[in-house]
Design a protein around this ligand. Structure first.
Ligand SMILES: Cc1cc2nc3c(=O)[nH]c(=O)nc-3n(C[C@H](O)[C@H](O)[C@H](O)COP(=O)(O)OP(=O)(O)OC[C@H]3O[C@@H](n4cnc5c(N)ncnc54)[C@H](O)[C@@H]3O)c2cc1C
Ligand code: FES
Length: 340
């Protein structure tokens, strides 16, 4: 058996070298050596473990287009849960070293309330046994009471509190949606496992372009809460795109936070033809090269997979590469993908 050295370059400048056997996947080797690379499904489905391979040869086992496009694979992106090195490698990990040493933990919470925000979304409030140390933008896996399955949700609340909130799309008949619509009651126990994900707010050093589709607003609410606490010297433009006016939930909260921060512009877009609104269509209809400020901006994008894919393709056509680009797709869970 051959063992290769895999250097992990974390976002905060820390580098760790792990040993990976020639039949071992990188996330498993890292875990064995007490480094928790961002990871969720371990099946090449969710894309959470995506890193960039700066050097080295490797094999990628199974992965779905949803988690990584062929174009990304050609550019050198890898899913570390599917990556088996065939030489020494150097990987750029889109997370800080401190995040990667924090094992996901399970914390119990009690449902405080479910708010029917609109036909298409719920607000879920949970009182945690203790705060979860997450970064704004990250998500947890929430076990759906009485079902034995979990669903992933981004925090819409600020870190550091023992009261967590979530913004959840209503998919009639869905496992979580049915629980929230029909059975949830105060004091139900829910188990949250996390935090997870590499979609989180980095230090703000330039203009910010934030793009939210539907309940993809959730992580931006958490990020705005943090910026409201810490302040920002740079402008933030938040596009919030939904289907109908009634789906523009939590807009008052967004506008309050924007006012507290100052220098935040909130732009809403409605897709439904019958709606009267100053901006109609999709977010891609309203974003031009000038919005990317010649590349001197950080882009954060979160929402349903088709929206995320459309924006990424649109940016490719505009031909301007932002200084950094972070995105999160609200993919269905693995079991749902398998059944589709
Ligand atoms: C990292 C991550 C973070 C997420 N954060 C959030 C969040 O903050 N808020 C939120 O609302 N959702 C979020 N999601 C999506 C969420 O985990 C669930 O997939 C969604 O809430 C549906 O759960 P359900 O149990 O109600 O429906 P399910 O029982 O999972 O599905 C019911 C039906 O709807 C279909 N379906 C499921 N998801 C989608 C989808 N996204 N688009 C179209 N059809 C779908 C299924 O294929 C199935 O036919 C996130 C997903 C990921 C991977
Ligand atoms: S953890 Fe690798 S794709 Fe989900």
């Amino acid at each position: 058996m051959t063992t290769y050295n895999v250097a992990l370059n974390f976002e905060d400048g820390v580098t760790r070298v792990i040993q990976c056997d020639d039949d071992e996947k990188v996330t498993d080797a890292a875990f064995r050596q007490k480094i928790n690379l961002p990871m969720d499904c371990r099946d090449g489905v969710c894309g959470t473990c995506k890193c960039f391979a700066e050097k080295g040869e490797y094999e990628l086992e199974f992965y779905m287009d949803e988690s990584m496009s062929d174009e990304e694979a050609e550019q050198g992106y890898v899913l570390t849960c599917q990556m088996i090195p065939e030489s020494d490698c150097v990987l750029r990990v889109p997370a800080s070293s401190s995040v990667c040493k924090t094992a996901p933990e399970s914390v119990e919470g009690a449902v405080q309330g479910v708010d029917r925000l609109s036909e298409t979304s719920f607000g879920l409030r949970v009182k945690l046994a203790r705060p979860i140390a997450f970064l704004p933008g990250q998500y947890v896996n929430v076990a759906v009471p009485g079902t034995g399955v979990h669903r992933s949700y981004s925090f819409s609340s600020a870190p550091g509190s023992d009261e967590a909130t979530f913004l959840i799309r209503n998919l009639p008949g869905g496992v979580m949606s049915s629980y929230l619509a029909e059975r949830a009651k105060p004091c139900d126990t829910v188990t949250l496992t996390g935090p997870m994900g590499a979609f989180y707010l980095r230090p703000i050093e330039r203009a910010q372009l934030w793009l939210a589709g539907g309940t993809g607003l959730a992580p931006f609410l958490s990020m705005l809460e943090q910026v409201a606490e810490q302040g920002s010297d740079h402008p933030i433009v938040l596009y919030y795109a939904v289907t109908r006016a009634a789906d523009l939930v939590e807009l008052d909260r967004v506008e309050d936070l924007a006012e507290r921060i100052g220098n935040v512009t909130v732009i809403t877009i409605l897709a439904a033809e019958e709606e009267a609104h100053e901006r109609k269509g999709f977010v891609t209809d309203h974003l031009g090269a000038e919005d990317l400020k010649g590349g001197d901006c950080d882009v954060y994008l979160c929402g349903p997979p088709p929206m995320v894919d459309a924006v990424r393709a649109h940016f490719g056509k505009l031909g301007v590469e932002p200084a950094s680009f972070h995105y999160e797709k609200f993919n269905p869970t693995e079991a749902e993908v398998a059944a589709a």
